[in-house]
Design a protein around this ligand. Sequence first.
Ligand SMILES: Cc1ncc(COP(=O)(O)O)c(C=O)c1O
Length: 344
Amino acid sequence: MHLALSAFGIGPGDEVITTPVTFCATVNVILHAGATPILADIGDDLNLDPVRVEALITPRTKVILPVHYAGLPCDMERIWELAREHGLKVVEDAAHAVGAEYKGRKIGSGKSDAVCFSFYATKNMTTGEGGMVTTNSEELADRMRILSLHGMSRDAWNRYGKNGSWYYEVVDLGFKYNMPDILAAIGLVQLRKLDRMNARRAEIAARYNEAFAELQEVQLPPDREDCKHAWHLYVLRLNLDMLAIDRAQFIEEMGVRGIGCSVHFIPIPLHPYYRRVLKLRDPCRRALAEYPRLVSLPIYPKMSDGDVEKVIAAVREIVAKNRRRRVVAANRSGREERDGQEGA
Ligand SMILES: Cc1ncc(COP(=O)(O)O)c(C=O)c1O
């Protein structure tokens, strides 16, 4: 992402619009480029809301940087339209979305200027560390290649080949962002397994959805008819007003049952560093309201059916034990309602 922003010449004075519900890396790359991150609130799908994006566009806006949260593609048509109308670049953070599809096309092959994948160890496919950028522009690809290797001229790529030459020129201020060949070799094998691994993730998500559909105390993760979800994360939203415990206690209860959960993500505006350096133009109310409800359940291709059932049983048990019921008690003057914890 830093490479793509740098290749576009994004720098001081420029604004890049992104989501508050993302990993710190999304915002860090904007800051490292010297530009200003502008956070636009999320919609019901927990992805960047194009309506909020539009409201934040100024003459300084240069890039929209959507994140396909959890592996669910954003409303890209609307984002591309905004970019076209206002002459902006679109750089996708597809860290969660390798193998996902938007309207029949793989994420990475759409109309964005650059799409950035992460192959970090936890991702749907991995090279241990590293990532990939896709683009439809030869010019941008060339520029990113040069910047990813110290800014050395293209000829340097072939320095040691049969027709190579010792001669090269540094044509720009570059970085050392190349993927090591050894990691790329791992990636090629992972790529062959990707569809199978993603299919297993989808199977697990479908089983979770089926099991949790009957629980009013939780909200299932969003999905879209016209998309293929990569199910990098399975994020339940707790209906906290129906539960006598909060999210931290829920995660603790899961832990007691031997199940590790996580939270994706602590919204960007809540971190001390960003509180110091970012001025919020959009208060990101939705993001802040959703945050206390988010719980990521385990999901990974090697999870056995038994593991999945164990997670389901634990969620059901914790919800049943901590259900806040509308207890209806009769008294002489009629019926009185009060909140109560089942069994309390
Ligand atoms: C949404 C998002 N963007 C970017 C990254 C950063 O990727 P990497 O670890 O490959 O730098 C991550 C996670 O690692 C992420 O979750």
